[in-house]
Design a protein around this ligand. Structure first.
Ligand code: GLN
Length: 518
């Protein structure tokens, strides 16, 4: 039987459908891995062992009865802790929502469940999805499986690591300014932010409502496509969700060829600040795309340098409004009831929110306040329109635009946590895509070596508005010519030894391939 960690979601589902493995056995393996790895990596804020095993038993029974299993039958999934699953704690990595159990299930979560997926737990994240390293979580940081002294990226940190460490083949994050693409890059997996409006946000806790998109992590492009087919499509509970059927993947005659595809390379995406190795890995990937038949074209995105300031005005404005609801009345904790209502609101917010969330509420309130609105928020909206126009003009000439996802590979925990602006600069190459509302996929393109450790590098493939299927089709061709997404982090040092022989051979910092314990 093929080992659990070596299977992507599609492979796992196929094996389950064929009866090569049971759902129950699969879920037991997931929890064995969680027990072994979570103490070192801190992926989950809670796990759903009992419920998952119960559901596994039900699915096995249905399979035995010959029922048609769903597209994700028996596939274990992890959800970022800002996603609603009725009755399961969704605390957004924040003290203010500690213990909060939503009374309803998000549309996209329900769609996973309807197709037979099994939720195994809720993953750690930067508080309210604000951050790039997991260090803003009120519950401690998540570690990068490639080097546990480094950040996994954020804010969807736990979901990225759950996939990268082979705990689950599929996990969901949310991407507002890069929170799925950047951790995907730093962990060596795929992370796809679809076109804004492709997936319903009903049941995703709001951060920046004009930017937030539910976004899958996976270890193969076909799994991203599978997830998109399940998650996307109209939802009457979200007015910003396209009134369209689910995404249909492109089926080119030769899926391994990029003949006829024009790949745009903006020089703005290769700035001086790129860390050594990142540029080289991306250039090698472009060469590979050219070898596959793509035409490489220079394009310009002249307003790129304004993306970070624009994003941090728009996103903070929206989060200061969205987070007004956490005041000790309807949700989460209440810090004492004495004194006036105002005093109770203030006490609750002072106690419940962490420093970064408070900073952003202050900033957002400021840019929206009378007298400053035109100078900040109003102007940011105008620059946002210019950023969108940059892309529209580029996509008149090319099918996709590529560049590094993150200017650096995984950085050390603690390296940026004292400097909010340094942390914001992680988003320099992902926020333009977010502001334009277009799709972007981070693709593993190789490794750099730092301090004796291999660290993954990711490249973003962005497409025009609603061009999701094209982005995925380009990635699939590139994937067919590379092995990077198949590499698994060196987990030997993290896993407890299975037998004395394993201890004797010692831990190795070599990359292992998925399929065996290192
Ligand atoms: N790092 C960005 C921020 O802190 C992105 C967040 C996100 O996409 N949720 O806002």
């Amino acid at each position: 039987m093929t080992s659990y960690e070596s299977l992507d979601a599609t492979g796992l589902r196929n094996a389950i459908r064929k009866g090569e493995r049971s759902v129950r056995q699969t879920i037991l393996e997931v929890f064995e891995r969680i027990d072994a790895l979570d103490p070192a990596l801190h992926v989950f804020l809670n796990t759903q062992r009992t419920a998952a095993l119960k559901r596994a038993g039900e699915l096995d029974q249905r399979l035995a009865a010959g029922e048609a299993p769903g597209a994700l039958c028996g596939v274990p999934v992890a959800l970022k802790a800002n996603m609603c699953l009725a009755g399961v704690e969704t605390n957004c990595g924040s003290q203010i929502l500690a213990g909060y159990r939503p009374p309803y299930t998000a549309t996209f979560v329900q769609r996973l469940l309807d197709e037979g997926a099994i939720v195994v737990g809720m993953t750690n994240m930067d508080e309210f999805a604000m951050g790039s390293s997991s260090e803003n979580s009120a519950f401690g940081e998540t570690r990068n499986p490639w080097d546990p002294s480094r950040a996994p990226g954020g804010s969807s940190s736990g979901s990225a690591v759950a996939v990268a460490a082979g705990i689950v083949p599929l996990a969901l994050g949310s991407d507002t300014g890069g929170s799925v693409r950047q951790p995907a890059a730093l962990c060596g997996i795929y992370g796809f932010k679809p076109t804004y409006g492709r997936i319903s946000r009903y049941g995703l806790v709001a951060f920046g409502s004009s930017l937030d998109q539910v976004s899958p992590f996976a270890r193969s492009v076909r799994d991203v496509e599978l997830a998109m087919c399940v998650l996307s499509g109209a939802d009457e509970n979200d007015a910003t969700c396209f009134d369209e059927p689910a995404l249909r993947p492109e089926e080119p005659d030769d899926p391994k060829s990029l003949a006829g595809i024009r790949v745009g390379v903006p020089k703005e995406y290769f700035p001086e600040v790129l860390a050594g190795g990142v540029r080289e890995r991306c250039e090698a990937a472009l060469q590979r795309m050219s070898d596959l038949g793509a035409e490489i074209v220079d394009v310009r995105l002249p307003h790129t340098e304004y993306a970070i300031p624009t994003y941090y005005v728009v996103a903070t404005a929206e989060d200061s409004s969205n987070l007004a609801r956490y005041a000790g009345v309807r949700y989460g904790i209440r810090a004492g009831s004495e004194g006036s209502l105002q005093a109770m609101f203030a006490r609750t917010r002072e106690k419940g929110f962490g420093a970064e969330v408070k900073r952003r509420i202050l900033l957002g309130t400021y840019v929206l306040s009378a007298g400053y609105y035109d100078a900040w928020y109003g102007r940011a909206l105008k620059v946002r329109a210019l950023l969108r126009r940059d892309f529209e003009q580029a996509f008149e000439k090319v099918d996709v635009v590529v560049g590094p996802t993150s200017p650096t590979p995984a950085f050390k925990l603690g390296e940026k946590s004292g400097d909010p602006v340094a942390m914001y600069l992680c988003d320099i190459l992902t926020t333009p895509v977010s502001l334009a509302g277009i799709p972007g996929l981070s693709v593993p393109v190789g490794f750099v070596e730092e301090g004796g450790k291999k660290l993954p590098v990711g490249m973003q493939i962005a497409g025009p508005w609603k061009g999701d299927a094209r982005v995925l089709r380009v990635a699939r061709a590139y994937e067919s010519a590379t092995e990077y997404a198949k590499a698994a982090p060196p987990m030997a040092a993290l896993l407890p030894p299975r037998n004395p022989a394993a201890t004797k051979s010692g831990s190795t910092s070599e990359t292992s391939t998925r399929g065996g314990r290192a």
